[in-house]
Design a protein around this ligand. Structure first.
Ligand code: EPZ
Length: 422
């Protein structure tokens, strides 16, 4: 397993480019199953999650290849085995979003229950409720979701809200299934994340009839058939937000290209409130910070609220603020694996249920730390950039799931990160 050795403190300065969105690419790859033929997804990031999803598609019978420019080609002409195997889905829980497309395309599916992960229990009850309301018969058998809709799916009015608000992949699953259902489906309390908007836009290029895109009320008029897509994925807003924090935590100045500030309004507003300069610039933004940041309060919420996927990164930043901040995690209430590791670097943190009180300290001290989930690991890298000394981040494969060769993109703007195999 690889480790990162990170020399700090450094000051980042220069231009860095954001890659295509992982969380838009995954459901769009699943959408290829809806239309027999060859689809092409341009701009997908080269990440292990994308590779694993490609394995899942090949396992069900698709032919998947990646062209030299990163374009992912998916030929879904024949779906021989509508089964999402445990061994694949357990590695990448987004595999659950193959369920809706398989039900719509072949009328049956078996997909492993995704199980939990480092950020806590990850139920799929709302996915299943939505698909049942489209007429699917669904039962659980030996850890698998066994679904059947041999008589086809029927449009319906579906409420997809849950105790934590909307569900991103649940909306993806039900929306994709509804595109080929008989009649019209209304999804109330749909997720409004940009990744869902991107998926809906892609589905409409395939011949789907979706309106209300970007709003919590989606209307999907079922059609008989869809055609393959040739689609360019949006930039990864979470990677963009992570680079914004990298500029702030190192008191640097980064020109972040291919970063849509419109997808990061809550994040930009919060950075400006704590004294970080954020300016729009052509295809991206310029983020700069010259002194310590002010403390603030953060509560994670469904889009357009503050994204849970940037909570850990902002905790690293606020650990160096001039005063006390409170971070409340409302989406994944256990998403705090990074707290103990940041505390090893002298961050002063106190966890109170699903909230963490962050008392700002003058400096962070380098230490060996353990990556746990994708975004917690990014937070440790950011802390290592600012900490005094050499931070060693273990289990870097967590970072590689969501950030393509992050050290090769941060080092040219001033980071000193060496990847070693331990
Ligand atoms: C997506 O996960 C993202 N993953 C996550 O990003 C992101 O953190 C999350 O949305 C929230 O924005 C991908 O897109 C691949 P949810 P998803 O269903 O769809 C509860 C990353 O770091 N819930 O929106 O699985 C759930 O437990 C990853 O890139 C139910 O109760 O998340 C959570 O509390 C991590 N029942 C809340 O809803 C359900 O059936 C939101 O989860 C489904 C979800």
């Amino acid at each position: 397993m690889d480790v990162f050795r990170i020399e700090g403190p450094v000051r980042l300065s220069g231009t860095i480019t954001v890659n295509g969105s992982k969380n838009a690419s995954l459901p769009i790859m699943a959408a290829a199953v809806l239309a027999p033929g060859k689809s092409r997804l341009k701009g997908a990031p080269r990440l292990s999650d994308i590779t694993v999803f490609a394995q899942l598609l090949e396992d069900i019978g698709c032919k998947v290849s990646t062209e030299s420019d990163g374009t992912v080609s998916i030929d879904s002409t024949s779906i021989g085995k509508p089964v999402g195997e445990y061994d694949i889905v357990r590695k990448m829980r987004a595999g659950i979003c193959i369920l809706g497309p398989l039900l719509a395309r072949v009328g049956r599916a078996q997909v492993s229950m995704p199980g939990g992960c480092a950020i806590g229990y990850r139920p799929v009850d709302i996915h299943l409720r939505g698909l049942r309301e489209l007429g699917a018969q669904i039962r659980l058998e030996n850890g698998y979701i066994v679904a059947d809709a041999m008589r086809g799916l029927c449009g319906n009015e579906i409420f997809l809200g849950g105790p934590f608000g909307s569900t991103v992949l649940g909306t993806a699953n039900v929306m994709m299934a509804a595109t080929l259902a008989k009649g019209t489906t209304v999804i109330e309390s749909a997720a409004c994340e940009p990744e869902i908007t991107d998926l809906a836009n892609c589905l409409n290029t395939m011949g789907a009839k979706i309106t209300g895109i970007g709003s919590p009320r989606l209307v999907i008029e079922g059609v008989k058939q869809l055609k393959p897509f040739d689609y360019q994925v949006i930039p990864d807003r979470i990677e963009g937000g992570t680079f914004m924090v990298a500029a702030a935590i190192t008191k640097g100045c980064l020109h972040i290209r291919n970063c849509r500030l419109g997808d990061l309004m809550a994040v930009a507003a919060l950075l400006r409130n704590i004294g970080v300069t954020v300016e729009t610039e052509n295809s991206g933004c310029i983020v700069a910070c010259s002194g310590p940041v002010k403390p603030t309060d953060i509560t994670t919420q469904p889009y357009p609220g503050f994204p849970t996927d940037l909570q850990a990164q902002f905790m690293a930043l606020l650990a160096l603020a001039e005063g006390n901040s409170i971070i409340i995690e409302k989406i994944f209430t256990d998403r705090f694996m990074h707290v103990a590791e940041l505390a090893r670097m002298a961050a002063d943190l106190r966890k109170e249920g699903s909230a963490v009180i962050v008392s700002g300290v003058k400096k962070l001290i380098a230490a060996p730390v353990m990556a746990s989930d994708l975004r917690a690991s990014a937070a440790l890298v950011l802390a290592g950039l600012a900490a005094e000394g050499t931070t060693v981040v273990n289990r870097v494969y967590h970072i590689d799931r969501g950030y393509e060769k992050i050290e090769e993109r941060l080092n040219p703007v001033g980071a000193k990160i060496i990847r070693e195999s331990d």
